[in-house]
Structure formats: C-alpha cells, structure tokens
Design a protein around this ligand. Structure first.
Ligand SMILES: N[C@@H](CCC(=O)N[C@@H](CS)C(=O)NCC(=O)O)C(=O)O
Length: 248
C-alpha cells in the first residue's frame, strides 16, 4: 500500500485537482473520502492532518498538508518531477506561476459562490434559484475571471496558461474549477473564444478527462439525492409536523 493518502470528496473541484495530478504523474496513492455533509473535516483526527478543516489534504508518510495548489507543488517536488508542469528549480518560472495564480485567484471564491447559490442551497434547503439580476450578479465574478484568463491567453500566445506544449499546475487547477460549473450548465464561454479553446485542449488530457467523468457520475448521484430524495424527506417530515418550508 502507498504511503500517500489523498483526503478528498468526489465532487470537490479542489480535491479533483490533486487526484488528477497524482494520476497524471502515476504517483501511487490511496484515496480517502471525507464525508463533508457529516462534518468529518472538522473532526479532531482530520484537523491534525489539515488544521484548516478542508479537503483536499494529504498525508505522505509523516508529512501532512492542505490546499490544492500547495499539495500539487509538493507532490511534484518531492517526487522530483521537473517538467514544464511545475518547473520548481526555475525561480523565475515559479514566480510567473505564482503571479498567474494571484491574477486569477478569484476563481476560487467565485466557483464556490456559484456552486452554493445555484446548486447546493436550492436543492438542499429548497430555497429559490437566484434568477434575473441576482443570478447575473453572482455569475459576474466568474465572468470577470474569464475576462482576465482570455486576456492572459491572448497576451501570452500560448496554448495553455503558462506553457505552449504542456499543461501546467494552474491549468489543472483552473480546469477542475471551471468544468465543475460548465458541466452543470451554470456558465458558458460564448464571449471568450480563447478560453473555450483552452478548455477544449485541457479536456483532451487523459487524467483531466478521467476525473471529469468521475466527478460527473458523482454529480448525477448527488443531483438525484438533492432533487428527489431530500425534497421527499422534507415534504414528508413537514406534513407530519404540519409546517411549510420555503420552496415547497
Ligand atoms: N483553497 C483550498 C479550498 C478548499 C475548499 O474550499 N474545500 C472545500 C470543499 S470544495 C471544503 O473542504 N469545505 C469544507 C468546509 O469548509 O467545511 C484549496 O485549494 O484546497
């Protein structure tokens, strides 16, 4: 058995990034699913692995850490995989990669906000979908990041975000976040042709295609759970108690 354990949840785009990178570089590992709905990420044993109480996290022998990009950097460096994916020996390139991440850092909160507002909350709590201006406002944050990525691809003239031939650490991270929204039809690329092309190129990479397919299956499973099982339970328990919840 491998000494590396990746703590994840199958519909977390951040965890998907780490699993995809481990698979891309054939890094032997074991996956451990954290039940986020049950709050396992806040249990004491897990907080010892990642004090932030979030997935992804890893335990590699005695070394524990969290944060998707930091984990990916660590995996590549500790296994001495010195490629354009993350050329850790080249200080200037590492700085460029960090600057790029900084430039599009809003991708993280914007993705979480859309997933929460358009998926988790409506299906889990029965609250209404954000429609019209409210919905547009929530999507605007991600579209601002799309603008930045489109401009970066045009200026850089590269196929991927920081290299022309090989997808890199930021491509893996950004692709996983973006497909989690694209596949649920929450966002589209009509106004961003370069970004669309970048997305299609990333989608050809085997490890990314595999994790996307797996996430999609789990998404369908949770969709059924949220759309049918939870509302039925809510409806039955409300009838029993004689109360009406918003959205019913
Ligand atoms: N910056 C972190 C974000 C990780 C994150 O937000 N993970 C979410 C799942 S998608 C989580 O664990 N949420 C549980 C919680 O906040 O209780 C990363 O890149 O790893």
């Amino acid at each position: 058995m491998s000494d590396l354990t990746i703590y994840h949840h199958p519909i977390s785009p951040f965890a998907a990034t780490v699993v995809a990178v481990a698979n891309h570089f054939n890094i032997e590992h074991t996956e451990y699913r954290i039940d986020l709905a049950m709050g396992v990420q806040k249990e004491e044993w897990f907080l010892r692995i990642n004090p932030a109480g979030k997935i992804p996290a890893i335990k590699d022998g005695d070394h524990c850490m969290g944060d998707s990009i930091e984990i990916c950097k660590y995996l590549v460096e500790s296994r001495e995989i010195d490629t354009a994916f993350f050329p850790y020996k080249d200080e200037q390139k590492v700085q460029e990669i960090d600057d790029l991440k900084e430039k599009i850092k809003n991708l993280e909160p914007a993705t979480l906000e859309i997933a929460k507002a358009f998926w988790v909350e409506p299906w889990m709590t029965g609250s209404p979908f954000p429609a019209g201006e409210v919905g547009d406002r929530i999507k605007q944050d991600i579209y601002d990041v799309h603008d930045i990525m489109e401009a970066h691809l045009v200026d850089n003239g590269t196929k991927f975000l920081h290299d022309d031939k090989e997808a890199g650490i930021i491509d893996f991270w950004a692709f996983n976040l973006i497909f989690s929204l694209v596949d649920k039809n929450f966002v589209e690329f009509d106004r961003w042709p370069k970004l669309q092309k970048w997305f299609d190129d990333c989608a050809q990479i085997q490890a990314l295609d595999n994790i996307r397919t797996r996430s999609w299956r789990w998404f369908k499973f949770f969709d059924i759970l949220f759309k049918t099982v939870y509302p039925t339970i809510r409806c039955l328990s409300c009838r029993t108690l004689g109360v009406t919840l918003p959205g019913q």
